[in-house]
Design a protein. Structure first.
Length: 292
């Protein structure tokens, strides 16, 4: 909030608003740079990469221009690589810096967040007792062929991107006496997938670029059923890597570029496993029904 996206330095006006003296803030340097050496290990090691968690996930996915990733944690966090161009959204997204490597150009991005992803399943488990172990989700999902016209809006803390409605409340609609646990699990998977698609559509409208692939990580990606649901409802391919700790991988990428092991992100992508890709299977008529 305090950095000026044009100068990449602390913004005087923002610091004044929050009453923060610029003199007490650290120098801003690149994500991959010389940060000194470790002092609390058995041996001193150079620190050559420092990056925030969601930006680190972008590095772990080796996001190229106009590619998008989503990290399904407690919430969902989507970022799109817009390269050297700062795009200021008209569709409820945020403009941010993804990373900067030494003397190379800064890489900007658009960001959108979902208020509840993994938290949606946690609520079903802890508050409603729908299941006791996450391993049960597959069988519950497969116990029904669809959501039974049940729709779940998990806005427990309001609606985030692109709506920004803090007063919105969560709701489950369409339940009947025949609604089962399987219907609710499917509705939860669909809810997170549909909210993800809200942001994907905002990316496309802001950039006039059609998105064909979504790179994903986070706890919910352990479920193939969820990943197929996401691919179906966003009508795009979904790519999940074999490496599960993508944020950690991104930190290693930043450090590797910082100490010269890699020249840039593109050189790293050549040595990483491509992982598994899920492709849409839902027909056009059924997809349209979900958005009525």
């Amino acid at each position: 909030m305090l950095m000026n996206l044009d100068t990449l330095q602390w913004d005087t006006s923002m610091c004044n608003i929050f009453g923060i003296p610029k003199e007490c803030l650290p120098q801003i340097i690149s994500s991959s740079d010389d940060f000194g050496e470790s002092e609390d290990l058995d041996m001193k090691l150079p620190i050559t990469g420092v990056v925030g968690d969601q930006m680190s996930a972008c590095l772990g996915h080796c996001l190229e221009m106009h590619q998008v990733k989503n990290t399904y944690g407690t919430g969902g966090f989507l970022l799109m690589n817009t390269g050297a161009e700062k795009i200021f959204s008209n569709k409820g997204l945020l403009t941010t810096v993804l990373y900067k490597n030494r003397d190379q150009e800064v890489v900007f991005g658009l960001e959108g967040s979902i208020e509840s992803a993994g938290n949606t399943l946690t609520w079903l488990k802890e508050n409603l007792g729908i299941f006791n172990d996450y391993k049960e989700l597959k069988d519950l999902f497969l116990s029904e062929k669809d959501s039974g016209d049940v729709y779940f809006v998990p806005s427990f803390s309001g609606l985030y991107s692109p709506y920004w409605n803090s007063s919105a409340k969560a709701s489950i609609q369409g339940m009947t006496m025949n609604t089962s646990k399987g219907h609710l699990v499917r509705a939860a998977f669909e809810a997170v997938s549909l909210r993800t698609n809200d942001i994907i559509q905002s990316f496309e409208e802001d950039t006039d670029v059609k998105i064909h692939l979504l790179k994903v990580d986070g706890g919910m990606t352990n479920s193939n059923e969820f990943l197929q649901t996401q691919s179906d409802l966003a009508n795009i391919k979904v790519n999940v890597k074999e490496e599960s700790e993508i944020t950690l991988l991104g930190s290693a990428v930043a450090a590797g570029i910082g100490n010269g092991i890699y020249s840039d992100v593109q050189s790293v992508s050549k040595v990483l496993e491509k992982g598994k890709v899920f492709s849409p299977k839902l027909n056009k008529e059924d997809l349209e029904i979900k958005y009525l």
